[in-house]
Design a protein around this ligand. Structure first.
Ligand SMILES: [Zn+2]
Length: 410
């Protein structure tokens, strides 16, 4: 049976009809609609000569035994954000399904091939993303999740218990990665880069490292009428200067920096701002450049604080190191994209993905991106040209063949 990329397009539409509505996809993890999507997937997997199991973290695995126990993994996530797009996550799984069909139709593959549907990649309900993959990779600390609740006040521990999952045992899913030698994931880009270059496909170099900080400038709140301009200690003045400076810092280093929140106190029209809290998010694929961007932002904040005669304090909200994908697999992915689309482009990923967790666990990993129209995602407007979806399935298939050969030769 030859690969049939059009079938993937048709299946994506079928899934959208079953699990979406006028507002978009509704496959939020640990809900009934998610169940519906997974049951639909299982029916398709059952038509293949694969073993299907659900691990301790709720990840679903379909295993096609090969001549060797060494494993090639292909992954994605069936869950979506509420009012999400029709491609985020499920394209990866359904493209993997089509590749699995093609490989299975040719008899016993040289290595074992497994498709994984990670549980709760989005973290949309409890605010904790990469649930299943971080449990399997070992990076999850279950205690961080114990008190999480959704908007209705339902605890995560109770929601996952309905699926037979227990935080004390989720990390046992790690044994699923024991024989894994390579991991592939196709994803929509969720950004505008490939579209702006007029390219259907790209190869992902890794995921950005992130520095996320809260910055507080403290001046003196004072009357807007009686305080002369040269006697003010305006906390917003310093914050505003920093908000502009981080754009220059990002440009200098080829990263991205964002001030996403500004809160002023007292926050009234007749008072100089006495306290200003801003957030800073900085991302780069290179750890050294990320560290430089952070240092330059800190230095700039001190300088502006001095100029405005205010104080400044930093507190780290969150941090993750850049995660680089495997060089050999990047080369293979580049070849597969060129064979499919003529031209390839290598780019970093801004968003995190399950692939980052797998790479963190030490398994050689690579991702393919397919163009997103208008760069939109996590919205019902999320879209990709059907011809590009078909090409992405073809490229993943070619990459899988190369990766199987590579794993077999190890
Ligand atoms: Zn996704």
């Amino acid at each position: 049976m030859a690969l049939n990329p059009q079938r993937t397009v048709d299946e994506l539409k079928d899934l959208r009809a079953r699990t979406g509505n006028a507002d978009g996809a509704q496959r939020v993890a640990f809900t009934e609609t998610w169940d519906t999507a997974r049951a639909w997937l299982r029916e398709k997997l059952e038509q293949l000569p694969v073993e299907i199991e659900t691990d301790e973290a709720g990840n679903v695995w379909a295993t096609l035994r090969g001549a060797s126990d060494k494993e090639l993994l292909i992954g994605g996530h069936m869950d979506s954000v509420p009012n999400g797009g029709w491609l985020d996550g499920c394209l990866n799984v359904l493209a993997g399904l089509e590749v699995l069909r093609r490989i299975a139709s040719e008899g016993t593959p040289p290595v074992t091939v497994r498709l994984v549907d990670w549980a709760d990649e989005e973290g949309a309900r409890f605010g904790r993303s990469l649930f299943g993959s971080s449990a399997a990779s070992g990076s999850m600390n279950p205690d961080d999740l114990r008190d999480l609740t959704d908007k209705q006040g339902i605890k995560l521990v109770d929601a996952i218990a309905r699926y037979g999952l227990n935080l004390d045992t989720v990390k046992q899913s790690n044994k699923q990665l024991k024989n894994a030698k390579a991991y592939l994931e196709l994803h929509i880009e969720q950004g505008p880069v490939l579209e702006s270059m007029n390219l259907p496909l790209g190869v992902v170099l890794g995921t950005f490292g992130v520095e996320r900080h809260g910055i507080r400038f403290t001046g003196q709140s004072a009357h807007a009428g009686s305080t002369p301009m040269n006697q003010r200690r305006d906390a917003l003045g310093a914050a505003a200067k920093l908000a502009l400076e981080i754009r220059e810092i990002a440009k200098r280093h080829g990263g991205v920096c964002t001030v996403g929140s500004v809160v002023t106190k007292p926050g009234i029209v007749t008072a100089v701002v006495g306290q200003c809290d801003i957030t800073l998010d900085q991302r780069h694929l290179n750890a050294e450049s990320l560290a430089k961007m952070l240092q330059e932002a800190k230095d700039a904040s001190e300088r502006f604080a001095k100029e405005e005669n205010v104080g400044v304090e930093w507190s780290r909200l969150w941090q993750i190191h850049p995660i680089l994908f495997n060089q050999d697999l990047i080369e293979m992915a580049d070849e597969a994209v060129r064979e499919t689309a003529g031209t390839s482009h290598r780019l970093p990923s801004g968003p995190l993905h399950d692939a980052a967790e797998v790479a963190r666990a030490g398994i050689p990993t690579v991702m393919l991106f397919v163009q997103s129209l208008r760069g939109l995602s996590h919205a019902k407007e999320e879209d990709t040209k059907e011809e590009h979806i078909a090409m992405s399935v073809e490229a993943l298939d070619k990459l899988a063949t190369k990766a199987m050969r590579w794993v077999a030769a190890q």
